[in-house]
Design a protein around this ligand. Structure first.
Ligand SMILES: [Zn+2]
Length: 182
């Protein structure tokens, strides 16, 4: 292969890579996310494109209780067996305490024995995001995709069918009890 040919091929690859990257970036402008909307009874409404909720520290402090603020905005963890949802078995959905984004359904809640509300799957994978957290060993942090609230962590020791355990803080969630017929 001639040098010129090699250059052309490399350039071609880079151009394709750049085009793909651009297409991905063009799909959603910065600060915009695609989520799935649900009714309070857990019925899937459909995909929505919406702006992320971005607030100042002061605004979050005003909106949240000190515990909710510490957990969601400062990556805190509530004490085990102290939250209001670890032992809740009612039917309904769990929304983000900060922005109302639907996060989990009671249909996937299970008894983990840990003292934190535990789920084997989010209500829609689009509604959360995960990132690696190196604060205590290596863990996978779970965040709300709409407002980046810290929710908890996900571990690979959950029950079937996913084998995952989404270990959440009650303080990051707001439970909405299902009303029959809605
Ligand atoms: Zn949120």
């Amino acid at each position: 292969m001639t040098r010129r040919c090699l250059f052309a091929r490399s350039f071609g690859f880079l151009a394709v890579a750049a085009a793909v990257k651009h297409a991905r970036a063009a799909k959603l402008p910065p600060g915009v996310v695609r989520l799935v909307d649900f009714t309070d009874s857990g019925k899937r409404i459909g995909a929505v494109t919406t702006e992320k909720v971005i607030k100042t520290d002061e605004e979050w402090r005003r909106q949240l209780t000190p515990e909710q603020y510490q957990v969601t905005r400062k990556q805190g963890t509530e004490m085990a067996f102290t939250g209001k949802y670890y032992n809740l078995h009612d039917k309904g959905i769990y929304r983000c305490i900060c922005c109302g984004n639907a996060l989990f359904s009671s249909d996937t809640k299970f008894e983990s024995g840990t003292g934190w509300p535990s789920f084997w799957e989010p209500i829609a994978k689009e509604n959360i995001e995960t990132r690696t957290d190196f604060s205590y060993g290596v863990r996978t942090e779970v965040l709300c995709r709409k407002c980046e609230a810290h929710l908890g962590h996900v571990f690979p020791d959950g029950p079937p069918p996913t084998g995952l355990r989404y270990c959440m803080n009650s303080a990051a969630l707001q439970f909405i009890k299902a009303e029959p017929g809605k």
